[in-house]
Design a protein around this ligand. Sequence first.
Ligand SMILES: Cc1cc2nc3c(=O)[nH]c(=O)nc-3n(C[C@H](O)[C@H](O)[C@H](O)COP(=O)(O)OP(=O)(O)OC[C@H]3O[C@@H](n4cnc5c(N)ncnc54)[C@H](O)[C@@H]3O)c2cc1C
Ligand code: HEM
Length: 386
Amino acid sequence: MEAFAIARVQLSYASIIATPAGAERFATAFYTALWSEATGIRDLFPAGMVSMRQRFATAIGWVINRLHEPAPVERFLGQLARDHRKYGVEPVHYRIAGNALLVAIRECTPPILWTAALERTWAEVLDRVVETMASAAATDDLPASWGATVVGHERVLPDLAIIRLETDSPIPYHAGQYMSVQIPQRPHMWRYLSAAIPPNPQGQIEFHVRRVSTGWVSPALVGEVAVGDRWTIGPPLGGLHVDFDSGEDVLMLASGTGLAPLRAQIMEMAMRGNNPRVHLFYGGKYPCDLYDLETLWQIAMTNPWLTVVPVVEEKENPYWNPVPVKEPPPGLHRTMYGKLGKVAAQFGSWADRQVQISGSPSMIRTTLYALSAAGTPRGNISFDPL
Ligand SMILES: Cc1cc2nc3c(=O)[nH]c(=O)nc-3n(C[C@H](O)[C@H](O)[C@H](O)COP(=O)(O)OP(=O)(O)OC[C@H]3O[C@@H](n4cnc5c(N)ncnc54)[C@H](O)[C@@H]3O)c2cc1C
Ligand code: HEM
């Protein structure tokens, strides 16, 4: 697709979702159109759709903003469609969704801007989106989900748990990926979690979960999950990875449980002979938020390609977790103070690095901004889309 056509749909979508209310209106128009296309589709969805609508608009936005990079777009849409099989979504549903998407885009565009050329370009883009999803869903021979048993649940902070499971058969993920999980305490509420260890033939997997106090599922993950619980886990998603062929060194930035996918990659690299240099900036508000620092220090002590830079905003731990602050072992990088992105950007441009960011959506936004402002090209930076 030519650059001018791509810019046309990007501008059109940006104006539709310029405000949260715009994104909400677009997603509502899409679901209304989708459900009216065929009976039975509404039954696939939960009753409450608020956060769903946000995630749908974000996913479409991620795709539209990367139309000039067909490979990651195709990978993302393919993974999303394979993951959708666990909801009972069939390839035929995507063709219906293509019409519903076009209806929603038209409804949310002022009539004066809706030209025949814009309609044609949108139809071409949406056709490509739904065909990619339909063919990925039709050709996949992996299971739609895996069963797994909880074998360990450790509360490492009042609001953070490390959960270990054994899957009934190994899930073919690669270090850096995430999956959707469904737990018996919250049926039908799937949430994404990142694997914190690389895959292994025993099917062992580990997740690090932080409680979001207003959330539905994370409080149960941290407070109610018990050894012996049976989980359902969806197929692997996400594209965070180190490109070993590029010859470029690596910059990783993680906050909180965003560490998980980066830690899995570092653990896998520790099993390889030859690695690029990796700088990991690991951030949190308080020193105790860096709950896995000792594991990282241990890896850094025996793997000279890894530098771990702890970054915190406060020097002392909070009154509600008054544990002693740990000092880095001799020879390892000292702790730095401030916001993660700003601290990493103090070192100037990281233009010669492949960069991965992992954390909450707001952390990703502010870190992206700080790195770009200091001269790191956006094209070098990867993060998971939703
Ligand atoms: C690619 C990806 C990987 C993820 N990996 C992990 C992981 O390894 N470990 C982990 O703990 N979580 C991870 N998450 C987040 C996780 O999927 C849930 O969104 C989170 O646990 C909150 O779920 P909930 O049901 O408790 O909250 P919800 O009921 O979904 O949300 C309740 C409210 O909290 C807000 N909210 C949701 N998440 C956050 C947040 N992180 N910070 C602040 N406010 C929030 C929502 O916008 C909403 O207003 C990941 C998310 C994505 C997209
Ligand atoms: C056309 C492109 C589509 C995109 C980009 C898309 C995107 C998404 C996203 C981002 C989620 C949220 C996943 C999560 O956070 O757990 C989701 C969930 C879901 N989607 Fe889609 N989707 C598409 C089409 C469809 C179609 C055609 C159907 C069914 C006919 C469908 C059914 C569902 C269901 C049932 C859920 C789960 C809702 C829940 O339980 O919370 N989707 N979709």
